[in-house]
Design a protein around this ligand. Structure first.
Ligand code: PGA
Length: 247
């Protein structure tokens, strides 16, 4: 049985004061018998703050990206070892915003994944098609290429978390129907199974793209949807807690 992971991707939002309120509300509102894993991914300058505020709570902290380099003269970059050093348990890689605005290729995402695995930070590898690609019937081809570039370089596939985030559903209010999402999640799990059937059963595949309290329950009820990667709704404690409650 796979554990559900509810992850908040804060993107470039937050401040010391706002984070303090949001995290204290989340901590206070968590059910006593929390049945899922909970993760928040603040911007890099606030990782340490989040780790400190959440110490002793079940909520884990992750980063939104990582450098492809190990260390040295790479101005502005943050290494996987640094994330590990500040107690990040996870890091998102290959988010569509990074693929679109920073021209991240499938190969680069694969290298970032390797960097994280080397230091024991769990990668959340994002894949997803654009509207044009979906309408052109290319969804499977696109997500398979994105995922397989990563699977090619990873030894233990059950160390990965995969997030299916259709680009057309991110921040738009449009959500994939549970059936549409399930179909792609099942396809992604089959891609893993081709290489390692045992890992395919274990690997968590999250859905992301306008997940909110109103649609979380039916998405999370799908057999291959093991959690959510939540943007907008993760910035409101009430919504984030409602999604946790729906899991
Ligand atoms: P959204 O973002 O929930 O605001 O659509 C999800 C994401 O980009 O991870």
């Amino acid at each position: 049985m796979r554990r559900t992971l509810i992850a908040g991707n804060w993107k470039m939002n937050g401040s010391f004061a706002a984070n303090r309120s949001l995290l204290s509300e989340i901590k206070a509102g968590l059910p006593a018998n929390l049945l899922c894993d909970v993760l928040v991914c603040p911007p890099a300058p606030y990782l340490v703050q989040a780790v400190e505020l959440l110490s002793g709570s079940a909520v884990m902290v992750g980063a939104q990206d990582v450098s492809v380099h190990t260390q040295g003269a790479f101005t502005g970059e943050v290494s996987a070892a640094m994330l590990q050093d500040v107690a990040c348990k996870y890091a998102i890689v290959g988010h569509s915003e990074r693929r679109a605005y920073h021209a991240e290729s499938n190969e680069l995402v694969a290298q970032k994944t390797q960097q994280l695995l080397t230091v024991g930070v769990r990668p959340v590898v994002c894949v997803g098609e654009t509207l044009e690609q979906r309408e052109g019937g290319q969804t499977n081809e696109v997500v398979a290429a994105q995922l397989n570039a990563v699977l090619d370089v990873v030894d233990n596939l059950s160390d990965l978390v995969i997030a299916y985030e259709p680009v057309w559903a991110i921040g738009t209010g449009k959500t994939a129907t549970p059936e549409m999402a399930q179909e792609v999640h099942h396809f992604l799990r089959r891609q893993v199974a081709v290489r390692d059937a045992g890992a395919a059963e274990k690997v968590q595949i999250l859905y992301g793209g306008s997940m909110k309290p109103e649609n979380a329950r039916e998405l999370l009820a799908m057999p291959d949807i093991d959690g959510g990667l939540i943007g907008g709704a993760a910035l409101k404690s009430r919504d984030f807690l409602a999604i946790i409650a729906a899991s």
